[in-house]
Design a protein around this ligand. Structure first.
Ligand SMILES: O=P(O)(O)OC[C@@H](O)[C@@H](O)c1c[nH]c2ccccc12
Length: 260
């Protein structure tokens, strides 16, 4: 079993446990009185912002502990001040040391879109995402069927959430794209073996239909890479470790931006 299969298997157990503690009906109740959401597309094309989706990530299966000393409030407000178009907050506990409470905390102190970064395998998690204050959900093609991607994206759109579809190659892109997707993200990291290459983004750039905004995800550590990706047509850049590995991720992002 590769790591992605392991994570997904655990995720399904987690969702089953969560449903016992709080029913879908109870969750829907809290969503019914929900707030307005921020649109990822709007913030990605806002010329006063950087296109960077800056991530709060303490730990990952590929790198181990990255930073468990900083607070989510301090880091995310630092990112927003540095010009982030959106924030990404890991809510997976077992593999990324995240928590729903991290997203709730980030939501409270920021006025830009927040992505619930997790492995969505059940509609329950999408309703939960809305209820904890997320604006964007991630749909990872590698762990979903074509039908699930469409159903989950449609549900998300019906609740005012933005949808980010993550693909790693042409085949995934071809079967997973649908009219409920707002933004396509190309992950430069292969979630099955952790190898990384920016070429993954560059190769797919032209084949992503023009009506979708596109972002490049993972392994971006050099401002020069952003210039290359922008030339290839990318509107956004998801960056985690390069900022999180420093003592002050917000400051690291500001310095990075100054070199663009
Ligand atoms: O820390 P990096 O290499 O900058 O990568 C950020 C982000 O792209 C990565 O965390 C990520 C991309 N897709 C995911 C899916 C699940 C968990 C994490 C991810």
């Amino acid at each position: 079993m590769n790591i992605l299969d392991t994570i997904v298997a655990r995720k399904k157990e987690e969702v089953a446990e969560a449903k016992k503690l709080k029913s879908i009906a109870d969750l829907e109740q809290s969503v019914a009185f929900g707030r307005q959401t921020y649109s990822l597309r709007d913030f990605l094309v806002d010329p006063t912002k950087t296109g960077i989706i800056a991530e709060f990530k303490r730990k990952s299966p590929s790198k181990g502990i990255i930073n468990d000393k900083v607070s989510v409030e301090e880091v995310t407000t630092g990112y927003a001040a540095a010009g982030a178009s959106a924030l990404s907050v890991l809510t997976d506990k077992d593999f990324f040391m995240g928590h729903e409470d991290d997203l709730i905390a980030a939501r409270k102190v920021n006025q830009i879109p927040v992505l619930r970064k997790d492995f969505m395998v059940d509609e329950y998690q999408i309703i939960e995402a809305k209820s904890i204050g997320a604006d964007i959900i991630l749909l990872i093609a590698a762990c979903l069927t074509q039908q699930e991607i469409k159903d989950f994206a449609k549900l998300a759109k019906s609740m005012g959430l933005s949808t980010l579809l993550e693909v790693h190659g042409q085949e995934e892109l071809d079967y997973s794209i649908n009219e409920y997707i707002d933004v396509v993200g190309v992950n430069n990291r292969n979630l099955k073996d952790f190898t990384v290459s920016i070429d993954t983004s560059l190769k797919l750039a032209e084949t992503i239909p023009a009506e979708f905004l596109k972002i490049s995800e993972s392994a971006i550590s050099n401002p020069e890479t952003i210039k290359v990706l922008k030339k290839a047509g990318f509107n956004g850049f998801l960056i985690g470790e390069n900022f999180m590995k420093t003592e002050n991720p917000g400051k690291a992002m500001a310095e990075f931006i100054s070199q663009l």
